[in-house]
Design a protein around this ligand. Structure first.
Ligand SMILES: Nc1ncnc2c1ncn2[C@@H]1O[C@H](COP(=O)(O)OP(=O)(O)OP(=O)(O)O)[C@@H](O)[C@H]1O
Ligand SMILES: [Mg+2]
Length: 385
């Protein structure tokens, strides 16, 4: 949907030519978010600005929906592209409402429609319309202004969005909330987005694909899991950090790793039955106790079954934690560390048991990619090497 073909920008400066973007070729499919990631000065903003022609390219082409944009009138081009600039750039002499509705007004929307839209957008960015729409940008915090910048870019519902560090000035807690909101919106609206970030964790969370830039060049363009598990060179490796394998925990959900094999007992089972099941399943420490609707409520430890008799309901220990099918493995790992356990029960939205997740399943799932790659590499080696 967005295709860059050898897009290049050379700035002439008093100190000589600066190649800010060097033959960038890449494609962002319709409805996807592509994150441009890389150190300061690597050419992210320049690349973005060549797409809506705020910066004129030195050479190369930009295609939108297969159409070479060099033939398009600049105004028409920009109307179809929402743009969130790195320095926020709200108009200081306009109220928040006026800022948000600039493009809809240019497009000739009637008053009722753009006013309703402004309120809708305030809801989306979790800001109170009544409190903020009448204020001026200088009366907002940096993070609030940044959210308004995002709302303004979305106002006329453009199919393409260019977002330059749109959440950079927002504190981590609110940033996570806005990122989640934005992803929810994106799941519905399916815009095609180029999103600049400095932050690897943000890139992994937001990006369907990530483009790593270095000194004006596109070094690697991959899906997040591919990037983290197979960085192309030492620059990408060091940029992603030594804990890059751990970052993959963010990308995998419990439902991808869950094993539905799990032994359970109910309150009316005897401890003898519990012991038999613990042995039959080969569990080391304990077995899960569920209620009559298969909701986990506690555990029966192996030790208890050896030293006591009677019914499970009278001997259960509290449950360390349960995880949801939609939780990511980072949360699961964190809970396992906090509770010093190697397994956790998994439930659906109703709290009903679906299975369990174990540390072994997690390492196996994440490790399978490296194993597959190693064996492919081995089979390519000549015999005897
Ligand atoms: N108008 C300009 N004139 C001369 N050089 C420029 C101009 N704009 C950008 N540059 C240079 O081009 C290079 C790329 O800049 P760009 O703004 O694209 O980087 P960036 O990746 O967005 O960095 P940051 O993460 O700091 O925002 C830098 O070396 C910068 O100094
Ligand atoms: Mg920049």
């Amino acid at each position: 949907m967005i295709r860059l073909d050898n897009l290049t920008k050379v700035f002439d400066t008093p100190d000589g030519a600066v190649v800010a973007a060097d033959h960038i070729s890449m494609e962002v499919p319709r409805g996807e978010i592509c994150v441009l990631l890389g150190p300061s000065g690597c050419g992210k903003t320049t690349t973005l600005k060549m797409i809506n022609r705020i910066v004129r390219s030195t050479s190369g082409k930009v295609f939108l929906d297969g159409e070479d944009t060099s033939g398009l009138d600049t105004e028409a081009l920009r109307r179809n592209i929402g743009y969130v600039i790195q320095q926020i750039g709200l108009f200081p002499n306009m109220t928040i409402e006026e800022n948000i509705t600039v493009v809809p007004k240019l497009l000739g929307w009637d008053k009722q429609r753009y006013k309703t839209r402004a309120r809708e957008l305030m809801d989306m960015i979790a800001m109170d319309a009544e409190a903020f729409l009448k204020r001026y940008p200088s009366e907002l915090s940096g993070g609030q202004q940044q959210r308004i910048g995002v709302a303004r870019a979305l106002a006329a519902d453009p199919p393409v969005m260019l977002m330059d560090e749109p959440f950079g000035a927002i504190d981590p807690i609110n940033r996570a909330v806005i990122q989640d909101e934005f992803l929810k919106m994106q799941a519905e609206l399916q815009k095609t987005i180029m999103f600049v970030s400095h932050d690897i964790d943000e890139a992994i969370k937001m990006g369907d694909r990530i483009a790593i830039f270095r000194e004006g060049k596109l070094v690697q363009y991959s899906e997040p899991d591919e990037l983290l598990s197979a960085p192309k060179n030492t620059f990408v490796e060091s940029f992603l950090g030594e804990d890059r394998a751990l970052k993959r925990l963010n990308l995998v959900r419990v439902r991808d790793v869950i094993s539905d094999e799990i032994g359970t007992v109910v309150g009316n089972d005897t401890l003898t039955t519990a012991r038999e099941r613990i042995d039959a399943h080969g569990y080391r420490d304990a077995i899960l106790l569920v209620d009559d609707r298969r909701r986990p409520i506690g555990v029966i430890s192996r030790d208890t079954t050896g030293s006591h008799q009677g019914y499970c309901r009278d001997h259960m220990r509290g449950l360390p934690a349960v995880v949801n099918l939609g939780d990511d493995l980072r949360k699961v790992a964190s809970l396992m560390f906090a509770h010093d356990t190697t397994w956790l029960p998994c439930v659906d939205d109703n709290g009903t048991l679906c299975g369990q997740i174990t540390q072994r399943d997690m390492t196996h799932h994440l490790g399978s990619r490296y194993r597959a790659r190693r064996s492919a590499a081995d089979s390519e080696k000549p015999v005897g090497s």
